[in-house]
Ligand binder design. Structure first.
Ligand code: AMP
Ligand code: MN
Ligand code: MN
Length: 332
Protein backbone atom coordinates (compact mmCIF):
# COMPACT_ATOMS: atom_id res chain seq x y z
CA UNK A 1 0.00 0.00 0.00
CA UNK A 2 1.35 3.42 -0.89
CA UNK A 3 1.75 6.03 1.78
CA UNK A 4 2.51 8.77 -0.76
CA UNK A 5 1.24 9.40 -4.29
CA UNK A 6 4.81 10.09 -5.37
CA UNK A 7 7.09 7.06 -5.65
CA UNK A 8 10.33 8.94 -5.19
CA UNK A 9 9.09 10.48 -1.93
CA UNK A 10 8.06 7.07 -0.62
CA UNK A 11 11.41 5.58 -1.63
CA UNK A 12 13.51 8.37 -0.12
CA UNK A 13 11.61 8.30 3.16
CA UNK A 14 11.63 4.54 3.54
CA UNK A 15 15.43 4.61 3.28
CA UNK A 16 15.65 7.25 6.05
CA UNK A 17 15.68 7.00 9.84
CA UNK A 18 15.66 10.72 10.62
CA UNK A 19 13.81 13.53 8.85
CA UNK A 20 13.83 17.29 9.32
CA UNK A 21 11.05 19.43 7.89
CA UNK A 22 11.54 23.14 7.33
CA UNK A 23 10.19 26.11 5.35
CA UNK A 24 11.07 29.63 4.33
CA UNK A 25 12.22 32.50 6.56
CA UNK A 26 9.43 34.59 8.13
CA UNK A 27 7.03 31.64 7.80
CA UNK A 28 3.46 32.32 6.69
CA UNK A 29 0.27 30.27 7.02
CA UNK A 30 1.06 28.04 4.03
CA UNK A 31 4.54 27.34 5.31
CA UNK A 32 3.41 26.54 8.88
CA UNK A 33 0.37 24.59 7.64
CA UNK A 34 2.34 22.43 5.23
CA UNK A 35 5.14 21.71 7.74
CA UNK A 36 2.75 20.70 10.53
CA UNK A 37 0.54 18.66 8.14
CA UNK A 38 3.46 16.66 6.74
CA UNK A 39 4.96 16.21 10.22
CA UNK A 40 1.73 14.73 11.60
CA UNK A 41 1.31 12.48 8.58
CA UNK A 42 4.87 11.19 8.91
CA UNK A 43 4.39 10.64 12.64
CA UNK A 44 1.28 8.55 11.91
CA UNK A 45 3.16 6.48 9.29
CA UNK A 46 6.54 6.39 11.04
CA UNK A 47 6.47 2.66 11.85
CA UNK A 48 5.67 1.68 8.28
CA UNK A 49 8.37 3.99 6.97
CA UNK A 50 10.87 3.00 9.69
CA UNK A 51 11.36 6.59 10.87
CA UNK A 52 12.88 7.17 14.31
CA UNK A 53 13.21 10.95 14.46
CA UNK A 54 11.11 13.68 12.86
CA UNK A 55 11.65 17.37 13.67
CA UNK A 56 10.37 20.70 12.33
CA UNK A 57 12.54 23.83 12.19
CA UNK A 58 10.93 27.22 11.54
CA UNK A 59 11.64 30.81 12.50
CA UNK A 60 9.29 32.21 15.16
CA UNK A 61 5.73 32.97 13.93
CA UNK A 62 2.61 34.70 15.20
CA UNK A 63 0.95 32.99 18.18
CA UNK A 64 -2.36 32.78 16.29
CA UNK A 65 -0.90 29.80 14.41
CA UNK A 66 -0.70 27.83 17.65
CA UNK A 67 -4.30 26.86 16.87
CA UNK A 68 -2.71 24.07 14.77
CA UNK A 69 -1.58 20.77 16.27
CA UNK A 70 2.17 20.13 16.30
CA UNK A 71 3.12 23.83 16.44
CA UNK A 72 4.28 23.10 20.01
CA UNK A 73 7.05 20.78 18.81
CA UNK A 74 8.46 23.24 16.24
CA UNK A 75 12.08 24.09 16.99
CA UNK A 76 12.80 27.80 16.65
CA UNK A 77 16.50 27.67 17.43
CA UNK A 78 19.16 26.13 15.29
CA UNK A 79 21.79 25.17 17.84
CA UNK A 80 21.04 21.46 17.79
CA UNK A 81 23.89 19.31 16.54
CA UNK A 82 21.53 16.86 14.86
CA UNK A 83 22.11 15.83 11.29
CA UNK A 84 19.35 14.20 9.27
CA UNK A 85 19.10 11.49 6.65
CA UNK A 86 16.49 13.51 4.79
CA UNK A 87 15.65 17.21 4.96
CA UNK A 88 12.37 18.34 3.38
CA UNK A 89 11.86 22.02 2.56
CA UNK A 90 8.28 23.21 2.08
CA UNK A 91 7.02 26.41 0.42
CA UNK A 92 10.58 27.60 -0.18
CA UNK A 93 11.71 28.69 -3.65
CA UNK A 94 15.48 28.98 -3.17
CA UNK A 95 18.22 28.04 -0.73
CA UNK A 96 18.78 31.62 0.49
CA UNK A 97 15.17 31.61 1.80
CA UNK A 98 15.92 28.79 4.25
CA UNK A 99 17.73 31.03 6.73
CA UNK A 100 19.37 29.21 9.64
CA UNK A 101 17.91 25.85 8.58
CA UNK A 102 20.46 25.91 5.74
CA UNK A 103 22.79 24.26 8.27
CA UNK A 104 20.60 21.14 8.29
CA UNK A 105 20.12 21.30 4.52
CA UNK A 106 23.90 21.22 4.00
CA UNK A 107 24.49 18.33 6.40
CA UNK A 108 21.52 16.17 5.35
CA UNK A 109 22.27 13.07 3.27
CA UNK A 110 19.33 13.74 0.94
CA UNK A 111 17.22 16.85 0.37
CA UNK A 112 13.67 17.13 -0.96
CA UNK A 113 11.93 20.36 -1.99
CA UNK A 114 8.13 20.52 -2.26
CA UNK A 115 6.82 23.88 -3.43
CA UNK A 116 4.50 25.91 -5.69
CA UNK A 117 6.57 29.02 -6.55
CA UNK A 118 6.99 29.76 -10.24
CA UNK A 119 10.46 31.13 -9.40
CA UNK A 120 11.63 27.89 -7.69
CA UNK A 121 15.18 27.09 -8.79
CA UNK A 122 15.19 23.34 -8.05
CA UNK A 123 17.87 23.53 -5.36
CA UNK A 124 17.35 20.13 -3.69
CA UNK A 125 18.23 16.55 -4.73
CA UNK A 126 14.54 15.82 -5.36
CA UNK A 127 12.25 18.68 -6.42
CA UNK A 128 8.47 18.48 -6.64
CA UNK A 129 7.25 21.92 -7.76
CA UNK A 130 3.67 22.47 -8.91
CA UNK A 131 3.58 26.11 -10.02
CA UNK A 132 -0.16 26.21 -10.74
CA UNK A 133 -1.13 24.94 -7.27
CA UNK A 134 -2.69 27.54 -4.97
CA UNK A 135 -0.38 26.65 -2.10
CA UNK A 136 2.16 24.15 -0.87
CA UNK A 137 -0.67 22.73 1.26
CA UNK A 138 -2.54 21.89 -1.96
CA UNK A 139 0.58 20.15 -3.29
CA UNK A 140 0.96 18.21 -0.03
CA UNK A 141 -2.73 17.21 -0.03
CA UNK A 142 -2.27 15.64 -3.46
CA UNK A 143 0.69 13.60 -2.19
CA UNK A 144 -1.18 12.07 0.76
CA UNK A 145 -3.55 9.12 1.08
CA UNK A 146 -6.93 10.76 1.81
CA UNK A 147 -7.94 7.99 4.22
CA UNK A 148 -4.93 8.74 6.41
CA UNK A 149 -5.64 12.46 6.65
CA UNK A 150 -6.79 13.12 10.21
CA UNK A 151 -8.87 16.09 11.32
CA UNK A 152 -5.69 17.73 12.69
CA UNK A 153 -3.82 17.28 9.40
CA UNK A 154 -6.87 18.64 7.55
CA UNK A 155 -6.82 21.76 9.77
CA UNK A 156 -3.18 22.44 8.88
CA UNK A 157 -3.80 21.96 5.15
CA UNK A 158 -6.95 24.07 5.15
CA UNK A 159 -5.19 26.89 6.99
CA UNK A 160 -2.36 26.96 4.44
CA UNK A 161 -4.82 27.06 1.55
CA UNK A 162 -6.91 29.90 2.98
CA UNK A 163 -3.82 31.97 3.76
CA UNK A 164 -2.23 31.64 0.32
CA UNK A 165 -5.51 32.19 -1.56
CA UNK A 166 -6.73 35.08 0.62
CA UNK A 167 -9.68 32.82 1.52
CA UNK A 168 -10.28 31.57 -2.03
CA UNK A 169 -10.19 35.05 -3.58
CA UNK A 170 -6.88 35.09 -5.47
CA UNK A 171 -6.73 33.79 -9.04
CA UNK A 172 -4.48 30.96 -7.85
CA UNK A 173 -7.72 29.40 -6.50
CA UNK A 174 -8.88 26.72 -8.92
CA UNK A 175 -11.79 24.29 -9.09
CA UNK A 176 -9.33 21.72 -7.73
CA UNK A 177 -8.55 24.00 -4.76
CA UNK A 178 -12.25 24.20 -3.92
CA UNK A 179 -12.66 20.42 -4.24
CA UNK A 180 -9.71 19.89 -1.90
CA UNK A 181 -11.20 22.40 0.57
CA UNK A 182 -14.49 20.45 0.45
CA UNK A 183 -12.67 17.17 1.17
CA UNK A 184 -10.91 18.80 4.11
CA UNK A 185 -14.21 20.15 5.47
CA UNK A 186 -15.52 16.56 5.34
CA UNK A 187 -12.88 15.71 7.94
CA UNK A 188 -14.88 17.79 10.43
CA UNK A 189 -12.62 20.83 10.75
CA UNK A 190 -13.84 24.04 12.34
CA UNK A 191 -13.10 26.25 9.32
CA UNK A 192 -14.86 29.34 10.70
CA UNK A 193 -12.61 29.28 13.76
CA UNK A 194 -9.50 28.80 11.61
CA UNK A 195 -10.42 31.78 9.42
CA UNK A 196 -11.51 34.05 12.28
CA UNK A 197 -8.60 33.36 14.60
CA UNK A 198 -5.74 33.31 12.09
CA UNK A 199 -6.91 35.59 9.31
CA UNK A 200 -9.64 38.02 10.30
CA UNK A 201 -8.97 38.91 13.92
CA UNK A 202 -6.28 41.47 14.65
CA UNK A 203 -4.84 42.71 17.91
CA UNK A 204 -5.38 46.38 18.68
CA UNK A 205 -1.71 47.08 17.91
CA UNK A 206 -2.01 45.28 14.56
CA UNK A 207 -5.01 47.45 13.66
CA UNK A 208 -3.13 50.59 14.67
CA UNK A 209 -0.12 49.79 12.51
CA UNK A 210 -2.40 48.81 9.61
CA UNK A 211 -4.15 52.17 9.98
CA UNK A 212 -0.82 53.97 10.06
CA UNK A 213 0.40 52.21 6.90
CA UNK A 214 -2.84 53.04 5.05
CA UNK A 215 -2.84 56.65 6.29
CA UNK A 216 0.74 57.20 5.13
CA UNK A 217 0.34 55.44 1.78
CA UNK A 218 0.99 57.38 -1.42
CA UNK A 219 -0.30 57.02 -4.97
CA UNK A 220 2.29 57.04 -7.76
CA UNK A 221 2.17 56.80 -11.57
CA UNK A 222 -1.22 58.53 -11.81
CA UNK A 223 -2.70 56.25 -9.19
CA UNK A 224 -1.57 52.98 -10.80
CA UNK A 225 0.73 52.27 -7.85
CA UNK A 226 -0.02 52.48 -4.13
CA UNK A 227 3.01 52.36 -1.84
CA UNK A 228 3.61 52.49 1.89
CA UNK A 229 6.36 51.66 4.37
CA UNK A 230 6.92 51.09 8.08
CA UNK A 231 10.30 51.51 9.80
CA UNK A 232 11.64 49.88 12.97
CA UNK A 233 11.03 52.97 15.14
CA UNK A 234 7.33 52.95 14.21
CA UNK A 235 7.11 49.20 14.91
CA UNK A 236 8.73 49.81 18.30
CA UNK A 237 6.30 52.65 19.03
CA UNK A 238 3.30 50.33 18.53
CA UNK A 239 5.06 47.39 20.19
CA UNK A 240 4.78 45.14 17.13
CA UNK A 241 7.11 42.87 15.17
CA UNK A 242 7.11 42.06 11.45
CA UNK A 243 4.64 39.19 12.03
CA UNK A 244 2.08 41.86 12.94
CA UNK A 245 2.40 43.44 9.49
CA UNK A 246 0.83 40.50 7.62
CA UNK A 247 -2.19 41.63 5.67
CA UNK A 248 -1.14 45.26 5.20
CA UNK A 249 -0.07 44.62 1.61
CA UNK A 250 -3.36 42.89 0.80
CA UNK A 251 -5.29 45.83 2.20
CA UNK A 252 -3.25 48.30 0.09
CA UNK A 253 -4.01 46.20 -2.99
CA UNK A 254 -7.75 46.82 -2.59
CA UNK A 255 -7.40 50.55 -3.43
CA UNK A 256 -9.67 51.06 -6.46
CA UNK A 257 -7.84 51.87 -9.68
CA UNK A 258 -4.42 50.65 -8.56
CA UNK A 259 -2.52 47.99 -10.50
CA UNK A 260 0.39 47.39 -8.12
CA UNK A 261 0.71 47.66 -4.34
CA UNK A 262 4.14 48.03 -2.73
CA UNK A 263 4.75 47.62 0.99
CA UNK A 264 8.19 47.96 2.52
CA UNK A 265 9.23 47.31 6.09
CA UNK A 266 12.61 47.64 7.78
CA UNK A 267 14.08 44.42 9.19
CA UNK A 268 16.28 44.02 12.28
CA UNK A 269 19.40 43.66 10.14
CA UNK A 270 18.79 47.06 8.49
CA UNK A 271 17.49 45.61 5.19
CA UNK A 272 14.10 46.36 3.70
CA UNK A 273 11.60 43.58 3.06
CA UNK A 274 9.52 44.48 0.01
CA UNK A 275 6.12 42.94 -0.75
CA UNK A 276 4.52 43.37 -4.15
CA UNK A 277 0.95 42.62 -5.24
CA UNK A 278 -0.53 42.96 -8.71
CA UNK A 279 -4.16 43.38 -9.66
CA UNK A 280 -3.59 41.74 -13.03
CA UNK A 281 -1.66 43.81 -15.56
CA UNK A 282 1.82 43.55 -14.04
CA UNK A 283 3.86 40.39 -13.41
CA UNK A 284 5.40 41.16 -10.02
CA UNK A 285 7.32 37.87 -9.79
CA UNK A 286 9.45 39.12 -12.70
CA UNK A 287 10.27 42.31 -10.79
CA UNK A 288 10.99 40.47 -7.52
CA UNK A 289 13.20 38.03 -9.41
CA UNK A 290 15.19 40.92 -10.90
CA UNK A 291 15.94 42.13 -7.34
CA UNK A 292 17.01 38.66 -6.17
CA UNK A 293 13.66 37.60 -4.70
CA UNK A 294 10.76 35.66 -6.11
CA UNK A 295 7.18 34.57 -5.67
CA UNK A 296 4.15 34.40 -7.91
CA UNK A 297 2.82 36.46 -10.80
CA UNK A 298 0.48 38.45 -8.54
CA UNK A 299 2.29 38.20 -5.18
CA UNK A 300 6.04 38.40 -4.79
CA UNK A 301 8.75 39.86 -2.62
CA UNK A 302 12.44 40.56 -2.13
CA UNK A 303 14.92 42.16 0.27
CA UNK A 304 16.97 45.26 -0.54
CA UNK A 305 19.36 47.62 1.26
CA UNK A 306 18.93 51.40 1.47
CA UNK A 307 15.95 53.52 2.43
CA UNK A 308 12.34 52.48 1.89
CA UNK A 309 11.85 55.40 -0.52
CA UNK A 310 14.87 54.28 -2.57
CA UNK A 311 13.40 50.78 -2.68
CA UNK A 312 10.06 52.10 -3.97
CA UNK A 313 11.77 54.41 -6.48
CA UNK A 314 13.85 51.55 -7.87
CA UNK A 315 10.76 49.42 -8.55
CA UNK A 316 8.83 52.05 -10.52
CA UNK A 317 10.83 51.82 -13.79
CA UNK A 318 10.20 48.05 -13.85
CA UNK A 319 6.46 48.60 -13.56
CA UNK A 320 6.58 51.32 -16.24
CA UNK A 321 8.50 49.00 -18.53
CA UNK A 322 5.83 46.32 -18.23
CA UNK A 323 3.07 48.86 -18.92
CA UNK A 324 4.92 50.03 -22.02
CA UNK A 325 5.51 46.52 -23.35
CA UNK A 326 1.79 45.61 -23.05
CA UNK A 327 2.69 42.00 -22.36
CA UNK A 328 0.17 39.34 -21.48
CA UNK A 329 0.76 37.92 -18.03
CA UNK A 330 0.21 34.26 -17.31
CA UNK A 331 -2.65 33.14 -15.08
CA UNK A 332 -2.48 32.88 -12.06
P1 AMP B 1 5.09 38.30 0.82
O1 AMP B 1 5.01 39.60 0.11
O2 AMP B 1 6.22 38.19 1.77
O3 AMP B 1 3.76 37.90 1.40
O4 AMP B 1 5.41 37.22 -0.29
C1 AMP B 1 4.63 37.02 -1.43
C2 AMP B 1 5.12 35.78 -2.14
O5 AMP B 1 6.44 35.99 -2.63
C3 AMP B 1 5.19 34.55 -1.26
O6 AMP B 1 4.84 33.44 -2.03
C4 AMP B 1 6.63 34.48 -0.84
O7 AMP B 1 7.03 33.17 -0.57
C5 AMP B 1 7.36 35.08 -2.04
N1 AMP B 1 8.53 35.84 -1.61
C6 AMP B 1 8.55 36.89 -0.77
N2 AMP B 1 9.82 37.34 -0.59
C7 AMP B 1 10.62 36.54 -1.32
C8 AMP B 1 12.04 36.48 -1.53
N3 AMP B 1 12.90 37.31 -0.96
N4 AMP B 1 12.50 35.48 -2.35
C9 AMP B 1 11.66 34.62 -2.93
N5 AMP B 1 10.32 34.63 -2.77
C10 AMP B 1 9.80 35.57 -1.98
MN1 MN C 1 4.92 31.12 1.95
MN1 MN D 1 2.88 29.25 -0.41
Amino acid sequence: MSIFNLDILERELSLAKSVAITGHIRPDGDCIGSCTALYQYLMDCRNELGLEQIDIYLEPFGQEFNILSATDIVRHSYDYNDTYDVLITLDCSSLDRLGHATKYFKSAKRTICIDHHITNNYFADVNHVVADASSTCEVIYNLLDYNRITKEIAQSLYLGIIHDTGIFRHTSTSDKTMEIAASLIRKGIDFTKLIDETFTQKTYAQMQILGRALFESVLLMDGKIIASSINLDTMKFYGVTHTDLDGIIDQLRTAKGTEVAIFVYETEDGDNKVSLRSNGLVNVSKIAHFFGGGGHVKAAGFSIKGTANDAIASIIPHIEEQFNSEQEIPNP
